[in-house]
Write a protein that binds this ligand. Structure first.
Ligand SMILES: C[S@@+](CC[C@H](N)C(=O)[O-])C[C@H]1O[C@@H](n2cnc3c(N)ncnc32)[C@H](O)[C@@H]1O
Length: 244
């Protein structure tokens, strides 16, 4: 085989460009009418489907980095006639700036994100000041960021990041901005498991204060590329089963 001379930087730039082009191509073919709500990390789509049924007058979009989940979910959305729901296979760090103008998204849900416990894996965590800045830019002034986790230290880290930022105001249960239909929201797969075990869920809700900010240096860490792929066995009924 005649091995070509390609530097690591050239190869990753090509790879990143292809990812951006794929998101642009997806966006060019799609419409998201009405107010838009986004779930980041929609996984197998249990929450997204429930949300589509609850808010039939909204467009709901799941952004999920693992392509196979999105392929299965997209088929299920079509089969179940959930025409107001769509799923995109992408890293939210790339998709949000490309697909949404500032001040346009009604709600962003990030539910039970991977905590990446180990210190050496902290770079992989979704929540960084830059990522929160991006979310604050995209939400409408009356928009809401909804975060849930069952990992108390992670809830503390995210709460601190939000409280330290001038761009967010925490929404508490006695606040007028607290969503009144919160109890009707569907549960994610993980939330279902946590609640069945009687374990606590930490909820963090926040609204943008309205100041827009230049967000640069959004890094998509290389470690993400190494995330293990999973195969989905659909032979045992409709719910996909995961094998590492
Ligand atoms: C721990 S799972 C939680 C799944 C689901 N929300 C639940 O509660 O059952 C986190 C999900 O976020 C996805 N994810 C992680 N980083 C992401 C990113 N940057 N953009 C989009 N999805 C991401 C993962 O692939 C995974 O499906």
């Amino acid at each position: 085989m005649d091995i070509q001379d390609v530097t690591f930087d050239e190869a990753t730039e090509t790879y990143q460009r292809a990812r951006l082009d794929a998101i642009r191509a997806w966006g060019a073919e799609r419409q998201l009418p009405g107010p838009v709500q986004i779930e980041i990390g929609s996984n197998q789509g249990r929450f997204l489907k429930g949300l589509a049924r609850l808010y039939t007058d909204r467009s709901v979009l799941g952004i999920e980095i693992r392509r196979r989940f999105v392929e299965v979910l997209s088929e299920e959305l079509t089969d179940e006639g959930l025409t107001n729901a769509q799923a995109l296979a992408a890293d939210a760090n790339l998709a949000l700036p490309l697909l949404f103008a500032d001040n346009t998204v009604e709600r962003i849900y990030i539910l039970f994100p991977d905590p990446w416990w180990k210190k050496r894996h902290a770079k992989r965590r979704l929540f960084t000041p830059e990522f929160l800045g991006l979310l604050a830019n995209k939400l409408r002034p009356d928009g809401l960021l909804v975060i849930k986790t069952d990992v108390e230290p992670y809830a503390e880290i995210v709460s601190e990041l939000i409280d330290q930022s001038q761009r967010w105001r925490r929404v508490m249960p006695d606040d007028p901005a607290w969503p009144e239909d919160e109890d009707q929201w569907p549960k994610t797969t993980r939330e279902g498991k946590i609640l069945r075990k009687g374990l606590p869920v930490w909820k963090i809700y926040a609204e943008p204060t309205g100041e827009l900010q230049e967000v640069d240096g959004l890094e998509v860490p290389m470690e993400r590329f190494a995330k293990p792929e999973v195969t989905i066995d659909r032979s045992r009924g409709r719910r996909p089963r995961l094998r590492k």
